[in-house]
Each structure stands twice: as C-alpha cells, then as structure tokens.
Design a protein around this ligand. Sequence first.
Ligand SMILES: NC(=O)c1ccc[n+]([C@@H]2O[C@H](COP(=O)([O-])OP(=O)(O)OC[C@H]3O[C@@H](n4cnc5c(N)ncnc54)[C@H](OP(=O)(O)O)[C@@H]3O)[C@@H](O)[C@H]2O)c1
Length: 259
Amino acid sequence: MSISADFDPIAQFRLDGKVAIVTGASSGLGARFARVLHAAGATVVITARRLDRLQELAQQLPRSFPVACDVSVAEQRENLVADVMREFGRIDVLVNNAGIGIVTPVERETLEDFESVLQVNTTAVWHLAKLCGQHMVAQGSGSVINVASVLGLVGSTPIKQVNYVASKHAVIGITKELGLQWARKGVRVNSLCPGWFLTEMTSGMESDEGAKKLIAQNSPIPRMGHEHELDGALLFMASDASTFMTGQEVVVDGGWTTR
Ligand SMILES: NC(=O)c1ccc[n+]([C@@H]2O[C@H](COP(=O)([O-])OP(=O)(O)OC[C@H]3O[C@@H](n4cnc5c(N)ncnc54)[C@H](OP(=O)(O)O)[C@@H]3O)[C@@H](O)[C@H]2O)c1
C-alpha cells in the first residue's frame, strides 16, 4: 500500500461505529478499558455485578450502557449477549476482563475456592467468547481480547494462588485455540497479559513491605504499572491496527517475564 502525504496511521486505531462489551467494568482495569474504547469512538456496554458503579461510569461516557451481569452464572452471560444483540444488532469487540483470585497456599485451598475462580476467570471467558464469537463470525469481523495475566505465562509464588495461575494459563490456551478456529472467519482472539497494576485486586501491595521488595527485586522496571500503560495495547488489539494478529499474547509487565 502506498503512503500519501496526508496518510494518518492513527486513524486505524479508531473504533467509530463499533460496539464493544467490557466485563468487569465497575473498577480497576475494566473501567479504564471502557473509557479508552469509548474515547476511540466505540459504543461500550459496561458490565459487572455492582450496577451503581457502572451507572456512575456511564454518566461520564455518553455512548456507554451499564448492564448488571454476574459472569459466573451461565444464564446471565446468555442474557447479556442476547440483550446487546437486541439493542445494537452487532458486537465488534469483547473485552473478557472480569477476574478474581484467592491468595492461599494449596494446603488450605478448598475445592470450592479453586472452582469459583475457574468459573469467573476461565469458564466465563470461554462462554462469552463463544456467545459473542458466533455473532462476530456471522458478521465476518470482530476482536476478542481475553485479559489473562503474566500469571498465565509463569507461576506466582511467593504469592501463592494456584487457582489464579491455572485459570489464566487456561485463558491463554482458549485464546490460541479460538484464534485458530476463527482465523479464516474474520474474527481475531488475543490475550492481554498485564504485570502488576494497582487496583482493588492488588490493593495493599503498594504499601506492603514484602510486595514492594518482590517488585523492586524481580521487575526489571522496578515498580507497578499505571493503568494508562495498557491503553495502547488495548486499542491496538481492539482495532484494525492488529488485523494480522490472532491467538497471541501481548505482555505489558515491566519486563517481569523477560528473565
Ligand atoms: N491488577 C493487576 O495487577 C492485574 C494483573 C494481571 C491481570 N489482571 C487481570 O485484570 C482483570 C481486571 O482486574 P483488576 O485488577 O482491574 O481487578 P478489580 O479492580 O478487582 O476488578 C475486577 C472486576 O471484575 C468484576 N468481577 C469479579 N467477579 C465478577 C463476577 N462474578 N461477575 C461479573 N464481574 C465480576 C468486578 O466487578 P463486580 O465486583 O462489580 O462484579 C470488577 O469490575 C482481571 O481479569 C485480572 O485477573 C490484573
């Protein structure tokens, strides 16, 4: 493709006219992702369990629509996607972001602990990708972004959480396989793998001496990430800027997994 004098490489990152769903948008990274997609022009369906938090966010984002949904419940996942299709008739971007973790040594971890994390972090990711993906395949385009973690690539100890590590490794597996299954159907599936970012999930880490030491000693860029440091990766994955990429992980971790 030739480059004219007025060529604007930023234009391919725009999402005007696109419909996006962001799960876990009531706090932390999900709220940020919703703001970023909205700022790039998308209509954004923001979803989580805490409707009051979503409504607060929606007041600041005119093209956003809050929908309460517990992603651990299959019927609520189905209703969410059916409602979005009824309202907007298409889904262009799914950000599978809702997530939880239970920090505990495996000796004290119950079967219920393990299964509850897998339900939100893995089963819901698979199911929402499947439910949205069928509409994306029918329209011949779409981008699914599964928010995994660096803990989908490496282990976590000294912060002990096999439930979380297992769930996020599975998310990367789901991403690879769906990326392959839909590669010839115009639908792309990629994982975003953040390192340590300060949110409700990691609250306290910024002041905990052990956590501070862990990051200072093990992170090549020796600090936690700031939310805005995921903006570029998210927009790249959501938009036409990444039309040749599928089944991949984009890692934004200060170099944590580089060693
Ligand atoms: N922070 C980090 O360092 C980090 C690093 C790597 C990956 N991640 C991943 O990034 C994603 C966002 O996490 P965060 O750090 O932003 O944590 P957060 O502030 O605790 O946000 C988690 C979000 O998930 C939602 N959620 C939890 N359980 C849910 C359920 N059953 N149904 C619907 N929504 C549910 C929460 O909303 P409600 O409580 O309102 O339902 C909340 O909006 C997660 O997948 C996490 O694993 C985070």
